[in-house]
Design a protein around this ligand. Structure first.
Ligand code: SF4
Ligand code: SF4
Length: 78
């Protein structure tokens, strides 16, 4: 008897959510779409003068809702 599993163990794919604050225009559609309340408004304006979003990675489930609704392609899920 040993500890080697019978089959290869495949770990779940780790997804990562990224966003480009400089492209955000502060419409906050993504905040409305996020059921986890994982998106906040940053307290510093970006170069365009908008207050961009900030995503709490701990709360985010990588569901993709914010990515779908963002009209400016700010958010990406890798
Ligand atoms: S939907 Fe896009 S542009 Fe609008 S606040 Fe969210 S990230 Fe910014
Ligand atoms: S991927 Fe889903 S849970 Fe994460 S910030 Fe976007 S809407 Fe919220």
């Amino acid at each position: 008897m040993n500890n080697i599993p019978d089959e290869d163990v495949t770990l779940p794919e780790t997804k990562k959510i990224i966003y480009q604050s400089s492209k955000c225009k502060g419409c906050y559609y993504c905040i409305e779409a996020c059921k986890r309340n994982a998106i906040l408004i940053a307290n510093q304006a970006n170069s365009k003068g908008y207050y961009p979003i900030s995503i709490d990675q701990e709360k985010c489930t990588k569901c993709g809702a914010c990515y779908i609704v963002c009209p400016d392609y700010v958010i990406e899920i890798l």
